[in-house]
Design a protein around this ligand. Sequence first.
Ligand code: FES
Length: 154
Amino acid sequence: MAKVTIDNIEIEVPEGTTILQAARMIGGDVVPPAMCYYSKLDTSGGYCRTCIVKVSQGSAKDTRPMPKPVASCRTPIMDGMVVENMISPDLLEARKGVVEFLLINHPLDCPICDQAGECHLQDLSYQHGLSKSRYEFKRREFEKIDIGERLSSI
Ligand code: FES
């Protein structure tokens, strides 16, 4: 078993548990958002970076902080690790940047989107994103492709 402290809450978890899994054991605001991690798929996670957290103490043996935010879904707990999620203003600022990058080429037509109201990206944007994008370049656009009468492409 290994002890970890996440947002000042201590929990003991089995060796090999990731920071995200430990946070989910605690529950509530401690849990970072996770857009690409699905626990039943071994290779999921580590791509979107929405789950980043700040590790302010690497372990009980090596108390140095990790030099940059880490993906909590792919980072295993070390005994004595101290993690900051919602209590770190720097981390929340970094997460805003991640959300901004995710939305750069995403259509911003939420009011007419079928998924509106049930969209994890929309929730993430409301909870962790900036109120507007600083991105000024033309968005990627795609030509419609005819893929049959029963399916339509965007
Ligand atoms: S959930 Fe996407 S990188 Fe962790």
